[in-house]
Design a protein around this ligand. Structure first.
Ligand SMILES: [Zn+2]
Length: 297
């Protein structure tokens, strides 16, 4: 049902031509930051081929520098930035596409999960999406207690299988990828204590800078959740930007610690991808979700 509705909405948007109007007029001086998670190379290759025909793919650094300088003169019209969250092991398979199109996406990684056999808490099997959404709204200690109780999950527990990129893979792709921190264990920051929040933000920056011997000026909030407190901590920690999951485009006036994004479904066919670039399906979904608590699209 959900797939059917997604496809119908995407087809209607593409038939209406609104995706072309938005691209040609609205995106002239706005930059989209696309967010992926664990997309497959067959899907991603089609998206990037489409983007390379109709848009210019720029780095996050370029966008953030322009926002800080309040000068978009060096930003091509219809620019997009590619970001991929969490550090999923499958991201290594995208390397040939990064190379083919000479793009440098930003990979926001959880620094205490990469290069280990620890698991992402939100990938625990046997828990419904609704249960996971509930967990996201619990104080951090309570969320961890509930995960231990229901799934025997612990953030530092080592599992037989690996979910995240390891150091060999990261070194293989580092020339084509901009690695940046996404906390250590992916808690929901506003539900953490201030000490936990500082540890997750500062700790992840220090972890990644040490592991890869790089500078890490960009951050993305897990699940896109942040408050004034997180903005202050990120800014105090020496970051130059932070990406949220607020849907929209970025302009000269966008606050650098509240960068907007366009979330892309990891399995989106080309027609849904073109529709999602308009942000209409995501906004519709959010609206329906707020009214009926269901994910329609
Ligand atoms: Zn994430």
């Amino acid at each position: 049902m959900r797939n059917f509705l997604r496809n119908v909405t995407a087809t209607l948007i593409c038939l209406s031509g609104i995706h072309i109007l938005i691209r040609e007029f609205l995106c002239r001086n706005r930059v989209a930051i696309l967010t992926y998670h664990d997309t497959k190379p067959t899907v991603f290759a089609k998206h990037i081929a489409y983007l390379s025909r109709h848009y210019t793919i720029i780095s996050l650094d370029t966008l953030v520098a322009a926002i800080h300088q309040k000068d978009f003169s060096q930003i091509p019209a219809k620019s997009v930035v590619i970001t991929i969250d969490d550090g999923h092991a499958g991201n290594i398979e995208l390397l040939p596409i990064f190379k083919q199109y000479r793009i440098r996406p930003t990979l926001f990684v959880c620094t205490q999960i990469i290069n280990t056999h620890r698991h992402f808490w939100f990938k625990i099997e046997g828990q419904s999406k609704a249960e996971k959404e509930k967990l996201k709204r619990l104080p951090n200690a309570e969320r961890l207690a509930r995960l231990k109780q229901t799934a025997d999950f612990e953030p530092e527990k080592v599992y037989p299988d690996r979910q995240a990129l390891n150091i060999e893979e990261m070194k293989e792709i580092i020339a084509d990828v901009d690695f940046q921190p996404h906390t250590q264990f992916h808690p929901i920051l506003p539900y953490c204590t201030e000490a936990e929040c500082r540890q997750e933000i500062f700790g992840s920056k220090a972890d990644l800078e040490k592991l890869l011997e790089i500078e890490c000026p960009h951050f993305s909030y897990p699940n896109g959740d942040y408050t004034e407190r997180e903005i202050e901590i990120v800014e105090a920690g020496g970051f130059r930007s932070a990406r949220t999951t607020v849907i929209g485009w970025n302009t000269l006036k966008t606050a650098p610690y509240q960068l907007k994004t366009i979330p892309i479904a990891d399995d989106a066919g080309l027609s849904l991808f073109r529709a999602q670039l308009t942000t209409i399906p995501q906004r519709l979904n959010k609206w329906v979700n707020s009214l009926f608590n269901v994910n329609l699209l």
